[in-house]
Design a protein around this ligand. Sequence first.
Ligand code: PDD
Length: 287
Amino acid sequence: MSRIVYVNGAFVPEAEARVSVFDRGFLMADGVYEVTSVLDGRLIDFAGHAARLRRSLGELGMAAPMEDAALLALHREIVARNAVVDGLVYLQVTRGNPGDRDFAYPPADTPPTVVLFTQSKPGLAESPVAEAGWRVISVPDLRWGRRDIKTVQLLYPSMAKMAAKAAGADDAWLTEPGGVVTEGSSNNTWIISGGRMVTRALSHDILSGITRAAVRALAAEAGIAVEERAFTLAEAQAADEAFATSATAFVMPVVEIDGVKVGDGRPGPLTRRLRALYVAEMRRAAL
Ligand code: PDD
C-alpha cells in the first residue's frame, strides 16, 4: 500500500513527493530528524521528541518550522492518514533549498524543508527480537564530535550496522580508545551490575535519548540506583545485564558483546522488568 507522506505543507502519495537536488539535507546532510514511535495509533513521548528537535535546530542556528502544537497535529494526521497502529513517525527538517550548492549557509529566511513519513511495524512492542536479545560487536566510534545534535549524517552508523550484520550480530557498540563505550549504532547503552544501572552521562559525545530519560525516571521511581558514567566494553562483558534504549527498540536486552555472553546469555530480569515498565507507562501516557 502506498503511503501518504508530508512535504512542505502538503500530504501527497509517496511517489509524488519531491525535494530539490539542491536541498541542503541532500547535499550537506544539513538537517535534523526525530523518530517517534506509535503504539495503538498513539504517539509515544511526543513532548520529549519535540523538545529535542527544537534543541537540535537551535544548535545549528535553524528556526523551528512550526509550534509544537502544529507539529503534534501533523504527527497525528500522518498516523491517521496511513492508519498506523504500531510503528513510527519519521520527521526531518533541513536548511532547505538555496537554489545552488554553497558551503555557506543560505539566508536565514530560506524556507526549511519539512518531511514526515510513517513506517508501520505491527506488534512493535511485542518484538520476538526483544525476547531473544541482541548480540552486538564493537567498532571504533568514528563519528563527529557533536553527537548530541540529531543530524541526518548517518553514514557511519550505517557502516557500523553493516559491520554488525557481516559478523552475524544485531548491532554495533561504538567505542573510544581504551574500549570506552559511547552508544550503539542508533541507541543508548546501559549495563547493570549488582542491581545498579549504569549509563554514560550526557555530553556532546552522545545523543540525549528520549527513551534513556524515560527509563532513567522509571528506574528512579522504582527505587533502582542509576549511575551516569562511562563504562568499558570489558566492564559490560562482565556485567550482570546489558541493554540498549531507543524510540524503536524501547528497552532491548543485549545478551552478547564481541562473542562474550553477558550474564547467562539471556535477557536479564531487571532489563525485562524495565522493558515492561517502559512499555506500560508509554502506552498509558501516549497522545
Ligand atoms: N535513533 N543514540 C543515537 C545515536 C540514536 O540515533 C538514537 C535514536 C538514540 C536513542 O534516542 P531515542 O531514545 O530518543 O530514540 C541514541 C533513532 C531511533 C533512529 O535513528 O532511528
